[in-house]
Design a protein around this ligand. Sequence first.
Ligand code: ZN
Length: 192
Amino acid sequence: MLFRPGPPPGGPGLVFVACRALSERGGAVSDTTEIDRRWMREALRLAEAALGYDEVPVGCVIVHDGRAVGRAHNQRETLRDPTAHAEMIAITQAAEALDAWRLSGCTLYVTLEPCTMCTGAMILARLDRLVYGASDPKGGAVASVFRLLDEPRLNHRIPVTAGVMAEECGAVLSEFFRAKRAAGMPEASADA
Ligand code: ZN
């Protein structure tokens, strides 16, 4: 794996407070906490780092007890792997860091609404909470195209907070695809 950050940096004395009460899917955010914004800023920095590898800029951070245990950006092109989405890489890192496949107590921050694969992986990981930035009208599996987390036949519930720093998260994607189109790749689409 080419992008394997070393030990995740500890938070600057910030205690993560899980906000379980909010479950907003596709709606406006009414209670974006400063902690959520802080971690989303880090996910956004990772998304911006992906630009250096000509990757679709999506970044993800997984937080456990106020500490990042997974940090990744999309690496589909670099690894030539259709499953190398930011969330999948971060989930694997978090499982290694916690030495457990069950990511109880973890919150996943990602700049773009997760796809079916990543949403499925979050359910399998028994993730505690999901926070995402921009919606993905083409492939989002939380609110936009599918609503997998609302599926009553699945036995794990994940509270969701949507739209945290959505504008900034979406802007980096829009700019990436605008540049692709300008470079003569009209087929470029937001299939992160
Ligand atoms: Zn995905």
